[in-house]
Design a protein around this ligand. Structure first.
Ligand SMILES: Cc1cc2nc3c(=O)[nH]c(=O)nc-3n(C[C@H](O)[C@H](O)[C@H](O)COP(=O)(O)OP(=O)(O)OC[C@H]3O[C@@H](n4cnc5c(N)ncnc54)[C@H](O)[C@@H]3O)c2cc1C
Length: 388
């Protein structure tokens, strides 16, 4: 089936990984992205140990490593006292390494995204179409037709909907079903290295645990900036997207009485952003005819394990392997779903569990030994070598 032409909707992290893994296996891809420019949006993402095997297999780890911060240690800290509840303080500089050590890494989403988009442009010139917003999907006699805003049409043997948490592809295939607002929002901001220095006495990575709230901070870009994400309960969220501005007073309010490092970082915040946390119950089926879903379009999840991007990266590699292993689109989708549904449902459930543990009333009872974040089966799963 290596002469198949595959349409991918969404040039986010998952869509680009799928495209690169398919191109590596000789497939022709056409990637349609709604945004008209691929700009500097978002902030920090965690790359699980296992998901980085994908970048090694794609020959991209050398390009990614200079932008990634190795996470040698990670600590869970008491929200008021800063006492270490579990894990280890990480006093490394956050400077990049050669990317070979089998450890977690953190990276600015924009840096990872730029490397992936550049690689696709070099390896499949002309494959990436910007300002191309999917509006409809139709089955044809032996393939699929995608319709875009403005009237453009593309045809292919198969379509992959990698268009994120508010997926139109999902709506086209399975009907409208809005993702569920979980009653929590994430406040995100960056602080420059010098401004943050006085607030980093507890190391470069780690999360403060408090009743109903968490505050995570880790360095990005070789230690030049600190990525801060506070998660708090908030009713009645209505905004969309990844760039809603937040009022500093709202963030101070949410973290009043927390450790001086947390308050100090909020005081130094550059451009505070907030977004609502959404998820969905796992879907019984991801594919319909010649189209399937991938990443957040199929299985958005809470960020308490930092595995959302890793799941999209794993999906992309395994879907490409399934295409290479099968002679037809439907068997490839069946193999892909059989390999991914259980794993993503497990990580989805464990993310909920991790959130409940880290936001429990008494952080002193946090038991790292039974927490999903300590489970190597979650973070070390290898989507390149695991048989599918
Ligand atoms: C702009 C942006 C900033 C983000 N920032 C962060 C962050 O700071 N921290 C964090 O943890 N997560 C962030 N995320 C989410 C994170 O990237 C995903 O949760 C994760 O990487 C899963 O990737 P995905 O490929 O499934 O979805 P995404 O990476 O969300 O990619 C989906 C892509 O589909 C495109 N798209 C949407 N609708 C259509 C359509 N109708 N037609 C064509 N294309 C469409 C989107 O523009 C996007 O490029 C961000 C996502 C986006 C889109």
């Amino acid at each position: 089936m290596s002469d198949a032409r595959i349409l991918i909707v969404g040039a986010g992290i998952g869509g680009l990984v799928a495209a690169l893994a398919l191109v590596q296996r000789g497939f022709e891809v056409e990637v349609h992205e709604a945004a008209s420019v691929l700009g500097e949006v978002g902030a920090g993402l965690t790359l699980s140990r296992g998901s980085q095997h994908v970048f090694r297999a794609l020959g991209l780890m050398d390009a990614i490593a200079p932008f990634a911060c190795p996470a040698a240690g990670f600590a869970f800290l008491h929200y008021r006292t800063g006492a270490v509840l579990a894990g280890q303080l990480d006093f490394a500089s956050g400077g990049p390494d050669d990317g070979q050590a089998d450890i977690g890494r953190q990276i600015h989403r924009a840096d990872l995204h730029r490397v992936l988009a550049q690689a696709l442009t070099e390896r499949a010139p002309g494959a990436l179409h910007l300002a191309s917003r999917l509006t409809g999907i139709e089955e044809t006699a032996n393939g699929v037709r995608a319709c875009f805003a403005g009237g453009a049409i593309a045809t292919g043997d198969a379509l992959i909907g990698a268009d994120g948490v508010r997926s139109i592809a999902r709506e086209c295939l399975f009907g409208e079903q809005a993702p569920r607002y979980t009653g929590q929002i994430a406040y995100r901001f960056l602080v420059g290295r010098d401004a943050a220095r006085a607030c980093m006495g507890l190391g470069r990575g780690g999360v403060f645990l408090g009743p109903g709230r968490t505050f995570n901070r880790y360095t990005l870009r070789g230690g030049d900036v600190v990525n801060c994400v506070g998660i708090a309960r908030h009713q009645g969220w209505t905004d969309d997207g990844w760039s809603t501005p937040a009022d500093p007073a709202e963030v101070f309010d949410a973290f009043a009485g927390w450790h001086p490092d947390v308050i100090g970082l909020i005081r130094q915040a550059q451009s505070l952003i907030k977004w609502g946390l959404f998820d969905r119950a796992p879907m019984p089926q991801w594919s319909q005819g010649h189209a399937t879903l991938l990443g957040d379009a199929a299985h958005p999840m809470l960020p308490f394990l930092g595995m959302g991007a890793a799941m999209a990266i794993e999906d992309g590699m395994i879907l490409a392997r399934a295409f290479a292993a099968e002679a037809g689109v439907e068997p490839a989708f069946a193999r892909y779903e059989a390999s991914r549904k259980q794993r993503t449902a497990l990580v989805h459930a464990k993310s909920v569990e991790q959130g409940e543990l880290t936001q429990a009333r008494d952080p002193e009872n946090y038991d790292a030994s039974s927490a999903p974040a300590s489970d190597p089966a979650i973070v070390a799963y290898d989507p390149v070598a695991t048989p599918i």
